[in-house]
Design a protein around this ligand. Sequence first.
Ligand SMILES: Cc1ncc(C[n+]2csc(CCOP(=O)(O)OP(=O)(O)O)c2C)c(N)n1
Ligand SMILES: [Mg+2]
Length: 317
Amino acid sequence: MGNRADFYTNYFYIKKHSGVCFHLLINGWGGTLKPYDEEVIKKLDIIAVKIRRHVIEMLYRAKSGHPGGSLSAVDAIVALYFHHMNDNPKKPEDPDRDRFILSKGHAAPTLYAVLAECGYFDVKELKRLREINSILQGHPVSFHIPGVEASTGSLGHGLSFANGIALAGKADKKKYNVYVMLGDGETDEGQIWEAAAVASHYRLDNLTALLDRNFLQIDGNTEDVLRLESVYDRWSSFGWHVREIDGHDIDQILDALQMADDHKNQPTMIILNTVKGKGVSFMENNVDFHGVPPNEMEYKLAMSEFDMLLRKLEEAS
Ligand SMILES: Cc1ncc(C[n+]2csc(CCOP(=O)(O)OP(=O)(O)O)c2C)c(N)n1
Ligand SMILES: [Mg+2]
């Protein structure tokens, strides 16, 4: 555990340090170099596996929760908190912080694991997911958990909430950015499209939405339940700047986030092409693991898969 703690401490330093480098590149030298390199990507890949491990441990212990949509969301949330966002776990109420809102609140275990590993609260709390009197309930509650910006879980509201914070940022002449993650099934909600229209009407270029496009929702393929395609054309016709990437490729995620921050006069939608259950072979693309935790055998199998992958990644780094 000591090694892991050191690893995160060091990584947190790299995150902040690379932010400074980026500032110099843009403001000092004006170059086009990326504010990260292969080493950063390798480290984020390793963190992502460790977060997935936490998620499965938490769900197994709690005997309930949502593995599929938690696992598909990991890489983007890791990229945001461990590299991209300007946030400080020691000052979770800093008025100048970047904000992240997990609109698909059922992926709470991923957000909790990331916040804990960043230092917002003790990693030991993760063991108490869904227990009575635990701060970590099945869906995020903002007034209980340091670092959680919005209480979510009732799908469809997060983008409207993010709009409000982004508008307030403009009114107050703040420099912060707002990031919000939506599920693809979640975008069946009508409120999402009211919010999409509002964001482009007010030219909220300080707002970036990330769509976890895993093609599955609670009980089937999104295209069978209520067709979404063409997702790209829909968001673009609502006045959004849209980019579509591999949602498990850290390099592409970091690049898209930077592009979104730099884009002016429009909100940006990053479509993350993802795999529901990513990282656990028998959960991948398996709708049965939308809201069912692993049993003992599945838990052990998942752990052995993570161990194998971690060994491979650590040897390569
Ligand atoms: C308003 C509302 N209706 C229904 C639900 C129940 N529900 C929880 S998850 C889910 C499916 C969400 O699918 P998607 O957004 O694609 O999530 P992911 O695939 O990322 O898990 C549903 C319908 C809910 N949480 N809120
Ligand atoms: Mg989905």
